[in-house]
Write a protein that binds this ligand. Structure first.
Ligand code: ADQ
Length: 463
């Protein structure tokens, strides 16, 4: 089997003490690289005065971890600038928050070109390269320009925006042209795939064939949806074990028999936290019976705190949480417990298992793994209810959830009331189908499906 080279902004082992975003994914990619041998390549997380001339390589068994440092200018323009102040908001339909500048766009390209040139010497002819996410859209084109003849795949973890939104990006054509340098392009959902195909047909004048092939810009590539999943069996096991942990016991005792609603999200404006809190406020205001009887645990570790939009959103969330507690709390009950910190995976899965309701209401999300983890963490005989935004990619698969529109504050409040009072039979029935689906289509199935498609895709460099 050919070696697998994984490229992502952050490389797992460098992220010491990390408990967050790439936990499950890191394990899945490491699994594939352990089987095939491979290299994991990306940013070290360090900012240094001078650009790295070559990658720092650490070898452990069959996997080499190769990382590069960034200069402050690279970080500002590539990471904070174009990736997180243009692509991230725009691809999450937040045109109002995009802050485009030619300087940042140039920095994004400069870093992509630099990463491609430092990766090339590490590649063997028969390697298969899998690039992850919006930080590295042009990486494949730079690799090709520099003479790479390897098979190149790309997976986008965030949504692909509708054509009319993408057209607001001044360099949209160059970006899509670069994306099409990959031999396989993976999206989270059919909706994302259709939006991409529409751009190819209507804006780029290309052709979309029924088998997923795309002919455009004088070349041919393949685009498909590969909805990412979780390690279902592992999450179920972690949650089962954690049920009797000290933290879970403490949480349970502190609830004193009240029902628990839990939300777990990076503190990001895409996750709909203000709207979620307002929906909970509506529940307490309109359904007096729940006052004193329910607790919302919102876990929200800060992310990208150096960006003004994130700071502003954080203040808004804190204000609403404060209002709810100020307005409804009793001397022996706080309606909201709001925590800005990470937890060990096992602790978190234990908390999800204890929760009567998993509240996942992003305004837009590529997939949302917390929704899937909530389902996998439930006790089969007495599962809780998932309340899930229709705008999370996961809503296409998790149809046993109560699907809500996160902009409809009162509607979400009503769904919360329905979830809290749902019969055990209905809960089991809804949960069963979702759990079966997640057991069949787990993270390994996702990874293998992408790899099988990449292995089978024709390589543009060989044409
Ligand atoms: P994220 O936007 O980070 O991921 P999500 O899919 O929910 O969102 O994944 C977050 C992960 O971090 C989950 O596994 C969760 O358990 C973990 N996590 C969150 N808070 C934590 C905490 N306080 N302590 C410990 N762990 C925590 C992006 C896209 C998503 C897409 C994923 C994967 O935005 O749409 O689903 O990539 O492709």
């Amino acid at each position: 089997m050919n070696r697998l080279v994984t490229v992502s902004n952050r490389v797992a082992p460098v992220r010491r003490g990390g408990t967050g975003a790439e936990g499950g994914l890191a394990v899945a990619m490491q699994g594939a690289m352990k089987d095939r041998g491979g290299v994991w390549f990306g940013w070290s997380g360090n900012i240094v005065p001078h650009e790295s001339r070559e990658a720092k390589v650490i070898e452990t068994g069959r996997i080499s971890y190769a990382t590069l440092d960034l200069t402050q200018r690279d970080y500002d323009e590539y990471y904070t600038g174009f990736a997180n102040s243009v692509l991230w908001p725009l691809f999450h339909y937040r045109l109002d928050l995009t802050d485009f500048s030619r300087r940042d766009m140039a920095g994004y390209h400069r870093v992509n070109a630099m990463f491609a040139s430092r990766l090339l010497p590490l590649l063997e002819d028969s390697d298969v390269v899998w690039v992850h996410d919006y930080h590295f859209i042009p990486m494949g084109a730079y690799l090709r320009q520099a003479g790479s003849r390897q098979k190149l795949g790309f997976f986008l973890h965030i949504p692909w925006p509708p054509m009319e939104l993408l057209l607001t990006l001044p360099n949209h054509e160059a970006l899509v042209r670069d994306l099409c340098a990959y031999d396989l392009i993976g999206f989270q959902t059919q909706t994302d795939l259709y939006a991409f195909q529409q751009y190819i047909r209507e804006e780029a004048g290309g052709e979309v064939l029924s088998d997923g092939r795309i002919k455009v810009f004088g070349r041919s590539t393949m685009a498909r949806a590969f909805p990412i999943s979780i390690d279902t069996a592992e999450v179920a096991k972690l949650a089962r074990t954690a049920e009797h942990s000290q933290q879970s016991r403490r949480l349970k005792e502190s609830l004193a028999g009240r029902q628990l609603i839990t939300g777990v999200d990076r503190l990001d404006y895409t996750k709909g936290l203000p709207e979620r809190l307002e929906a909970y406020q509506h529940l307490l205001a309109s359904y007096a019976a729940y006052r004193g009887q329910v607790t919302l645990l919102q876990i929200a570790p800060p992310s990208r705190g150096d960006l003004a939009d994130y700071q502003q959103m954080r203040r808004r969330v804190e204000t609403i949480a404060g209002h709810i507690n100020g307005g409804f709390a009793e001397f022996d009950w706080s309606p909201v417990r709001y925590l800005n910190r990470g937890f060990k995976r096992q602790t978190l899965m234990g908390f999800l298992r204890l929760s009567d309701v998993g509240l996942v209401t992003p305004l837009r999300d590529g997939m949302n793994l917390v929704a899937k983890e909530y389902v996998a963490a439930q006790a089969p005989d007495n599962p809780g209810v998932l309340v899930l935004s229709r705008f999370a990619g996961a809503a296409r698969e998790l149809d046993g959830a109560l699907i809500v529109n996160p902009y409809d504050i009162e509607g979400v409040g009503e769904s919360l009331a329905r979830a809290l009072s749902m019969s055990q039979d209905e809960r089991r029935e809804r949960w069963d189908a979702m759990f079966k689906r997640l057991s069949r289509y787990d993270l390994t199935a996702w990874r293998e499906s992408f790899m099988t498609n990449l292995d089978a895709a024709p390589c543009a460099a060989a044409a």
